[in-house]
Design a protein. Structure first.
Length: 256
């Protein structure tokens, strides 16, 4: 089982969904993954909904109407203030300076030099996801980017990630991330097929069957964006929920 009690700095550890329809999102993801939900009032207004699977916190949902629906990816850091300052030096845009999240921890919201948004998380009472890599849980985080070299330099400087390029015919077609000796996501160069879409981080959820998961997405009102396909390590598909937030499925072996 992918149960977690802590995360090394530089590791993807949490994700939450910003959506224009929190009730609709709960119906969709509850039907898709079997998640159960716990609503908590946010001081100053709003609700933060924890998503549970087998009793563990695996993600969260929050209502917001300012931006299109999207999943936010969080990386654990030792010090959110210092990481934010370093990100600025490396060319990031800071959307939200580091701030306290009650007793849970401290966070900031950044955009890398190519424009992809990412959150940093300094844990206190909340370490992040209590379970990963199992079916219905976060299993991979992938940067879809228009500037692989720029992004590689930025994240190596910020988190200490080591990049391992995969090449075909002398061209980098993918790049895996190593953090503290463990695989920690990847970079995918964006192609013409992406149109004018900005760079972004894509969350993958583990599933037992990619085909069955895609069928369930359609049944629940979501859409298939790409796949299913077999890039080599497993079977994947990219989908969106009814509110337009994109995410992906991974069917294949994962770490414990």
């Amino acid at each position: 089982m992918g149960v977690r009690e802590s995360y090394q700095p530089g590791t993807f550890s949490w994700l939450d969904l910003s959506t224009s329809d929190a009730a609709g999102a709960k119906a969709f993801y509850g039907g898709l993954f079997g998640w159960e939900f716990e609503d908590s009032e946010i001081p100053g207004g709003g609700v933060y909904t924890m998503c549970h699977l087998q009793g563990d916190e695996v993600a969260a949902i929050m209502q917001q109407d300012e931006h299109p629906g999207h999943w936010n990816n969080y990386v654990t850091v030792a010090n959110a203030d210092e990481t934010t300052a370093k990100a600025k030096q490396l060319g990031a845009e800071v959307f939200e300076e580091s701030f306290e999240v009650m007793e849970a921890g401290r966070m900031a919201v950044l955009a890398d030099p190519v424009g992809a948004m990412i959150c940093v998380w300094e844990p206190r009472d909340h370490i992040g996801a209590g379970r990963v890599n199992d079916a219905g849980c976060m299993a991979w985080n992938e940067l879809q980017t228009r500037g692989v070299g720029t992004a590689s330099d930025f994240y190596a400087g910020l988190f200490g990630w080591e990049m391992q390029p995969i090449e075909q015919d002398g061209k980098t077609v993918y790049m895996t991330i190593q953090n503290s000796g463990r695989m920690n996501g990847g970079f995918m160069p964006m192609a013409e097929s992406h149109g004018d879409a900005p760079s972004f981080w894509l969350t993958y959820f583990a599933v037992a069957s990619c085909d069955d998961a895609v069928a369930k997405v359609k049944e629940l009102g979501g859409s298939l964006l790409a796949g299913p396909m077999e890039p080599g390590a497993g079977r994947i598909a990219v989908v969106s929920d009814p509110q337009g937030a994109a995410f992906a499925f991974f069917e294949g072996p994962t770490d414990d």
